[in-house]
Design a protein around this ligand. Structure first.
Ligand SMILES: [Zn+2]
Length: 129
């Protein structure tokens, strides 16, 4: 029986999901979120690139997970986000995550962050994208 061998490069997107708990308060918000409170955040980090014809991979899932654990979770999980972000809205947290992952994760394509199960922020870097 012949096996299929994909030797031409195709693009693909990898996504990995993470969870962390953190406290924050929104100093510029007039409402309950002005007060210190916490969330169980859900984070999805996406990487895109060409599938290497030799390895058959865009990237190593293990390296992707390790980069997020080292650069994001170690600094966020069971922490107070206001300790390093002045106004840690979901939008600003997503941008911060992008900025700390941009160098260690080549092909970073998207950061999605949920504070509550039905609402998320999507950040793709740069302005207006
Ligand atoms: Zn909140």
């Amino acid at each position: 029986m012949a096996t299929i061998d994909y030797t031409d490069a195709r693009r693909a997107r990898l996504e990995v999901e993470f969870h962390f708990a953190a406290a924050h308060r929104l100093p510029r918000y007039e409402g309950p979120c002005f007060r210190m409170h916490g969330h169980n955040y859900r984070l999805v980090v996406a990487v895109e690139g060409d599938v290497d014809p030799k390895t058959g991979m865009v990237a190593d899932f293990g390296q992707l997970k390790g980069a997020v654990e080292e650069h994001v979770l170690a600094r966020c999980d069971h922490r107070t986000l206001n300790d390093f972000l002045d106004n840690p809205t979901a939008e600003n947290i997503a941008r911060w995550i992008w900025e700390v992952l941009e160098k260690p994760l080549p092909g970073l394509a998207e950061v999605r962050l949920w504070e509550i199960p039905d609402s998320c922020v999507i950040y793709r870097g740069g302005r207006g994208r």
